[in-house]
Write a protein that binds this ligand. Structure first.
Ligand SMILES: [Zn+2]
Ligand SMILES: [Zn+2]
Length: 300
């Protein structure tokens, strides 16, 4: 069992440090934060070509302000000013529930903030790029349409790069059999997935796994479509989401005693994600951490 103690955002330093470590730490040291790195293999290359074509065909200028971005199709779909705004949008948030906290709240309180402390969430912690507002909200809305699917990889890359210390602080562990943590996604109900053409959470999870060099699997099935949860009490939400998810029976053995990174695009009330996390734990998962692009603020 090994901690990800020296996971590093610098690929060169990471590779050097990797030679001295073992288990999951070693695989995570290979973390590649360079979008043009050739080590991704043919699937990564195809994806890169697809993303570049999307950029050439559909994208003109910064996706946020419309300003100039680098002409290189591998350049990010936002200008440097907007990128800085995306990253700096939430300097302080609760490590447990992911909601914004005041600048004087301790950012290291693992017991949670005033809103979540003592409340069962179903998961251990949240890593988010920022709050569901402004440009992050606009990008997440775009991501929900198949035509915006190409944005997923960029948004996940930005989340990893800007919340790197937070990811490292999770101290993800290999399981007793030496298996690395598993990345999985919140599934859509099949009707919604069919209507939308894809599940953005799958794309985000695949990207996270690729960048952290971890395995990713679909392990959950949504057996009930999501009812509207806004405006309902926490108890009502819990009731509505109970029995919404099921572990795919052939994947059950993937979960036992394993740390899980559960990926979605937006974390809203936490009821959906909490229900999914509880199902994972009932199937034997050790700890569940949620990785999302955006976290809604209270009362939304
Ligand atoms: Zn811009
Ligand atoms: Zn909290």
């Amino acid at each position: 069992m090994s901690h990800i103690a020296s996971l590093d955002a610098d690929p060169d330093r990471s590779a050097a440090a990797g030679a001295e470590s073992d288990g999951v730490a070693r695989s995570l040291f290979a973390l590649n934060l360079n979008p043009a790195d050739p080590r991704r293999g043919w699937r990564g290359w195809l994806r890169e070509v697809g993303a570049s074509l999307d950029r050439v065909l559909f994208v003109q200028g910064c996706q946020i302000c419309g300003g100039h971005v680098d002409d290189d199709p591998r350049a990010a779909p936002w200008c440097l000013d907007c990128r800085a705004e995306l990253i700096e949008s939430v300097p302080h948030c609760c490590l447990r529930c992911g909601q914004a906290v005041g600048p004087f709240a301790s950012a290291t309180l693992k017991q949670g903030c005033a809103r979540c402390r003592g409340r069962s969430l179903g998961f251990e912690g949240v890593v988010a790029l920022g709050p569901y507002q402004g440009p992050i909200r606009a990008l997440c809305l775009h991501l929900k349409r198949a035509s915006g699917a190409w944005l997923g990889a960029w948004l996940m890359d930005l989340t990893i790069e800007s919340r790197f210390e937070r990811l490292r602080s999770l101290e993800l562990k290999t399981d007793p059999d030496g298996r690395p943590p598993l990345v999985t996604s919140i599934p859509l109900h099949w009707r919604r997935r069919w209507a939308r053409g894809y599940n953005q959470a799958d794309d985000l999870a695949a990207r996270l796994a690729q960048r952290l060099d971890l395995p990713w699997r679909r392990v959950l099935r949504r057996i009930r479509p999501t009812p509207k949860l806004a405006g309902r009490s926490p108890t009502e939400r819990l009731d509505l989401m109970r029995r919404a998810f099921q572990v795919i029976s052939s994947r059950r053995s993937c979960l036992e005693r394993r740390d899980i990174l559960l990926v979605d695009d937006v974390l809203t009330t936490g009821a959906t994600t909490g229900a999914a996390a509880r199902v994972l734990k009932r199937a034997g998962a050790a700890r569940v951490f949620v990785v999302v692009i955006a976290r809604t603020e209270p009362n939304r």
